[in-house]
Design a protein around this ligand. Structure first.
Ligand SMILES: [Zn+2]
Length: 443
């Protein structure tokens, strides 16, 4: 039986607990959101938004998008007035298998480390385009995918050994659809497609086996059509071999008759598009020429997605980064809304990751804050020819999984003169992904 003393104690405790609960709920009301980006021009193709909006983030997800969100409800508010607010950019053609030590190989030294190149250009998701195959995908996953802050997905090569050079990539014996499909099914969240690339022979085997693997795993195939061979013309590829939803990358290279000698878009490209084949840029070191892209765009053959084909050879040459490519297509007449759609929602759909590339409430809070600079700029192609333009995108801030991971001008940061003389760590781990003392131990 409870004595009077303990009842009194219980009451006291209940009152204190109520008080604490009230305090906590008041604090919660004040900080309904972790981060608020205020007054930017939101471009969200999925939701048909291209307008000034506030965007609020909570627990790594988009929590609200509205004309006005009370800054009093957010732990951290950043004004992004006069800037574009885009879903984090998605680059579906990169080479990021840099860890093997293989010389002269895309499954090695020709690749780059994703985190070194992504956030500073507004990119939050990349898909490696076939640097690894089913034999080395798990090594790629262990050494790169699982250790990167960037969301790294992958097309696995139909070649079991991946992109280890012509000796491997021309080996028809190592293009088995069964094991490739099995590996894709083992990692359905990470493996988004099958890649075929660089094949120099006359056979259709690489494409056919990639399609068999893609069909078995219910994922798209990305085709780099390799050498231009009369035995396998591009119109047959696009109208008979590829399925709707498969992706033709390097679409403005001109190396496989994408543009005919008479300067017209190849009829096979148009017919392929009509039956649902996807056309992707895949700029790289040797797959974008003004003399090809210019006439094709002028004739109305626009890309479905912009991708970089990022690797050691393209990043300092004409390609540079996703923002540079977006600037190139604006130089060819596309709007800011077009190039953002081609770099966010379209690629998300192409790789069947529709939770990405948009700012719907509940989607991962991956956001790129971009400035559209005006001045005298130049963009170069694979041959080193320049096109002048008045506009260029620059990445001002990148948010990944709800945390600021790049901030070019420190606009989320206080002026150091406003801080105590002995200031150290600034920020809060709920929105700050930059301060080393706030970094999660693993990701
Ligand atoms: Zn590539």
């Amino acid at each position: 039986m409870q004595n009077f003393q303990s009842i009194k104690y219980s009451l006291l405790c209940a009152r204190q607990c109520l008080f604490i609960t009230l305090l906590a709920s008041t604090a919660a009301a004040q900080t309904k959101y972790d981060l608020l980006l205020q007054g930017g021009h939101v471009v969200d193709a999925k939701n048909n938004v291209s307008a000034v909006r506030d965007v609020a983030v909570k627990d790594g997800k988009i929590a609200a998008v509205a004309e006005h969100i009370d800054p009093g409800t957010a732990l951290k508010t950043v004004s992004v007035k006069d800037l574009y607010v885009s879903p984090g950019l998605i680059d579906i053609h990169v080479h990021a298998y840099a860890s093997t030590g293989e010389r002269g190989s895309y499954a090695g030294d020709n690749s780059v480390w994703p985190d070194d190149f992504t956030f500073r250009t507004g990119v939050t998701t990349v898909a490696d385009a076939g640097s690894s195959g089913y034999k080395n995908f798990e090594d790629f996953k262990e050494h790169i995918i699982d250790r990167s802050k960037t969301r790294v997905l992958a097309f696995i090569n139909i070649v079991g050994a991946g992109m280890s050079g012509p000796k491997y990539e021309d080996n028809l014996q190592d293009m088995e659809p069964g094991p490739a499909a099995d590996m894709a099914k083992k990692y359905p969240k990470v493996i988004v497609g099958i890649k075929t690339a660089h094949y120099s022979g006359p056979e259709w085997t690489p494409v056919e086996n990639a399609v068999k693997a893609g069909t078995a795993a219910n994922i798209p195939v990305m085709v780099d059509f390799g050498a231009n061979r009369p035995e396998r013309p591009i119109d047959v590829l696009l109208t008979q071999k590829m399925r709707p939803g498969d992706i033709y990358t390097h679409c403005y290279s001109g190396l496989r008759n994408e543009l005919t000698a008479s300067g017209k878009v190849n009829g096979g490209m148009v017919a392929g598009r009509q039956r649902g084949v996807i056309f992707d840029v895949g700029h790289g070191g040797g797959s974008f020429a003004w003399r090809v892209a210019g006439p094709m765009i002028q004739q109305g053959f626009l890309p479905d997605s912009i991708s970089s084909d990022l690797h050691f050879g393209s990043m300092n040459a004409g390609m540079k980064d996703m923002l540079n490519l977006m600037g190139k297509f604006m130089a060819l007449g596309a709007s800011a809304d077009d190039v953002i759609r081609w770099s966010t929602w379209n690629p998300a759909r192409e790789i069947h990751h529709e939770e990405l590339g948009n700012l719907s409430v509940g989607s991962p809070a991956d956001i790129a804050v971009l400035s559209l600079e005006t001045g005298n700029f130049g963009f170069t192609d694979m041959y080193g020819a320049r096109m002048n333009s008045k506009h260029r995108f620059e990445c001002q801030m990148t948010v990944h999984d709800g945390k600021i991971v790049y901030d070019l001008n420190g606009m989320s940061r206080p002026d150091w003169k406003s801080l105590p003389t002995n200031y150290t760590a600034i920020g809060d781990r709920r929105w700050d992904g930059l301060n080393p003392s706030h970094a999660p131990s693993e990701h």
